[in-house]
Design a protein around this ligand. Sequence first.
Ligand code: NDP
Length: 469
Amino acid sequence: MSTITVPEQKTDASSEAAVAAFMERVEAQSAGEKVFHQAVREAVRSVMPLVLTTPAYRQARILERMVVPDRVIIFRVTWVDDKGQVQVNRGYRVQMNGAIGPYKGGLRFHPSVNIGILKFLAFEQTLKNSLTTLPMGGAKGGSDFDPHSRTDGEIMRFCHAFMNELYSYIGPDIDVPAGDMGVGGREIGFLFGQYRKLTHRFNGVLTGKGFNWGGSNLRPEATGYGAVYFAQEMLASREQEIAGKVATVSGSGNVAQYTVEKLNALGAKSVTLSDSEGTIVDMDGINSDKLAWVMQLKNVRRGRIREYAEHFKGAKFLPGKRPWDVPCDLAFPSATQNELDAVDASNLVKNGCTCVSEGANMPSTPEAVEVFLEHHILYGPGKAANAGGVAVSGLEMSQNATCLQRTREDVDAQLRRIMKSIHANCVRYGSIEGETGNGKPGRFVNYLRGANIAGFIKVADAMVQQGVL
Ligand code: NDP
């Protein structure tokens, strides 16, 4: 860990002015990439006081370098659908920062994918991967391909076509993609198969692989489980526990499903799930039988979450709604970026929510984050709270390199250890003298600030030590 002294106070007027000038340049250089600007601004606000007081960072222009990707690869993906028609999509890989290890980050298949979204995700990934304590650089990729309502055959042909171009730029010690929205075990299988065919190599080029061919125990569960472990750590800092709490969860994909599974295992009650059509509310709780039904619905039948309310009596479906005005103690936004705004945040606070642990990447808008911080809510930002997924991907890489497979218990213990250490680093760099969340004098932890600074220092130091590149 760096020996650099981190100024304790929040950003002051001079650092706010430096942030404004810096963001003006970033926005001019990457016009229209709004979510990228949002992610950069959020991190830069946290780290600017440190940068201003650390000559080595200023002289090496670390911040200016960190917001420009090492490289961006854009390619055409051409494939044939079931009707015999030629389809054309765009494929991307943003290799953001390779200072602390091979590039690592997921692939997202969603119609909204564009270069700005992937740059935001790759920037977040750089800080997140650094936080895990594992040697992984930051990257993200994907396509504007929409997997909804595509057949297995179409998904396979698309994945093969995508890999036909991507394979030249990746490798186990170069860049190791994984899943993200729209990319789960099925897609990783098709992508890996084509990589193997093209290169004649069987190696750890992708994570999230099937367990029988090099995958890690607990990788599918890791992001959701990790977000709950992070909430557990935050609650423990206020002498509270998960058991007996009511939780709202958004999304109904990989992260949401395993968040609910872990919440059930720890004695909490999850009362919502959602998708892009709306939210289901089940005040009786989404128990393990109901969750198994959701997994079948979403992962096998590929249906919509509204069907839950048709199937389970007592549950209701709220079309076009998000879960955030349902009363709860804990909230786990686990769908997508900017899915929780200031009004939602105020509703959560008003209804008694005391802890927000983000399974998704940047799901809360900056205004929502302000509301959480103002009310001293335990707020775990995605780059810390959802780092369990990439952490277990890192463990999958090390298992592949040594031709070993760890047991489920072993991986779970490692995941808990990593989430604890991320929490400890957030506390170390994010504590601010003042009032605790319980209204008593003491130290309040701004986890967002802590995560940004802890993630930044490791990457920045590596960049300084490697020279001007
Ligand atoms: P999935 O594709 O498995 O699920 C995504 C879920 O979010 C679906 O239920 C989807 O609904 C819903 N969703 C997407 N867009 C919207 C929207 N605009 N409004 C409401 N719901 C929406 O993805 P994951 O669960 O893997 O990823 C979820 C989030 O977690 C993303 O932000 C991802 O970047 C992040 N993440 C994922 C990791 C992983 O290991 N998978 C690791 C770290 C972060 P629909 O089916 O209708 O589109």
